[in-house]
Design a protein around this ligand. Structure first.
Ligand code: SF4
Length: 382
């Protein structure tokens, strides 16, 4: 029986953060209408992979912790009516510390959510204000403690490093504060200056100067050292987990599993029967258009493409390298196509330069390799 994952994009935020390019709106007035539409979309899509079993569910956004427990119950109820959700399925909800108190987290837990991903970003008040987060450091700590009291045994925290002018000491203070809370999983992302954000405008008009790449690389290297020394396995460029706590939902993306996304801007990938090829598509990134499409009984599709053999192989190389390693069998495909003569010296070169290790049929990047991950993927691509 095949497994499938479900992603729900909850497109509301109390206030947009300076750096964020995820799709969301600041008014929650249409949350009720949205939940109705989301249930409608689940019903519309329910024939898709009906026979598959749901292994992971992820509520992202936006700010899913703006959902009331009653709204979450409706969505999960609709999922359970349409698909067989496996016992032990991982159900993650992204939580903004400024939007969820202990009572709400307890209610989420009782509805079956078993993993919280808490968007803390920093424990430094000045940095939190710069990022225009709605929470402060005390609320972030409280949120992790409330999660424990609510019965969550699988808590992840998100942190952002390489803020403009951030010193190594300042970042390490945030990282160590995060680790002192004992999360099972930690994601550390560098601050990216995305198009169409207030941050990019501030950079362009000279109000903000991004951290130089060398400073960012040093922080990343130090982060990898601290995480390894504290027992967290590094299993993707930005992700670290204690043994047994890798995010199963994200592994589905990185291992090219199948997933269906619901809500504005959500992406989906479904494979052709028994093949690695398939179809990738995304919903419109606009709440009004989304609501209207569902009301008219139409799919809220914005884009779709088919994924052929060659793209599938390239994705496996790229995602495998960014993630937990590249199975040598994937490279066999390239050998069959005459790529072996070219790939073998590239692989040996990576190992010789200390950028990768060969371990039981899996090619894994070293910490230095992670630093140069995109460049390495370029070397391997046919
Ligand atoms: S709360 Fe999250 S999704 Fe919303 S604007 Fe901030 S970073 Fe983006």
């Amino acid at each position: 029986m095949q497994n499938i994952s479900l992603y729900f994009h909850i497109p509301f935020c109390e206030r947009k953060c300076l750096y964020c390019d995820f799709y969301s709106v600041e008014s929650v007035s249409s949350m009720g209408l949205f939940v109705d539409a989301l249930c409608g979309e689940i019903a519309m899509e329910s024939d898709l992979r009906k026979e598959a079993e749901v292994g992971t569910i992820f509520f992202g956004g936006g700010t899913p912790s703006l959902l009331s427990p009653g709204q979450l119950e409706r969505i999960l109820g609709e999922v359970h009516r349409r698909w067989n959700v496996l016992p032990g399925a991982e159900i993650t909800l992204e939580t903004n510390p400024g939007t969820a108190d202990g009572g709400k987290l307890k209610a989420y837990r009782s509805l079956g959510v078993n993993r919280l991903s808490i968007g803390i970003q920093s424990f430094d008040e000045e940095e939190l204000r710069f990022l225009s987060r709605i929470h402060n450091s005390r609320q972030a700590v409280q949120c992790v403690q409330d999660a424990r009291k609510a019965g969550f045994g699988n808590v992840s925290i998100d942190l952002i490093y390489s803020l403009p002018g951030q010193t190594m000491d300042r970042w390490i203070a945030t990282l160590e504060k995060g680790l002192s809370l004992g999360p099972e999983h930690l994601s550390a992302y560098s601050l990216i200056v995305e198009e169409n954000t207030p941050l990019v405008r501030m950079v362009r008009n000279g109000q903000v100067t991004p951290n130089p790449p060398e400073a960012e690389a040093s922080i990343y290297e130090r982060t990898m050292e601290v995480m390894a020394a504290t027992g967290y396995g590094h299993y993707e460029v930005s992700n670290y987990a204690l043994p047994g706590f890798r995010c199963r939902h994200n592994l589905v993306y990185w291992h090219r599993g199948e997933y269906i996304g619901f809500g504005p801007s959500a992406h989906s990938f479904v494979k052709n029967a028994g093949a690695e090829t398939g179809r990738r598509y995304a919903n419109v990134a606009n709440l009004s258009t989304y609501l209207q499409a569902i009301a008219e009984g139409k799919g809220p599709l914005a884009f779709e493409e088919s994924v052929g053999e060659k793209e599938a192989q390239q994705e496996r190389i790229f995602l495998g390298l960014r993630g937990d390693g590249l199975d040598e069998r994937i490279l066999e495909v390239f050998r069959e196509e005459g790529g072996s003569a070219r790939l073998r010296p590239v692989l040996e070169g990576l190992i010789g330069e200390g950028l990768a290790v060969h371990d039981d049929g899996i090619l894994r990047l070293t910490d230095r390799g992670y630093l140069l991950c995109d460049e390495i993927a370029g070397r391997l691509m046919p």
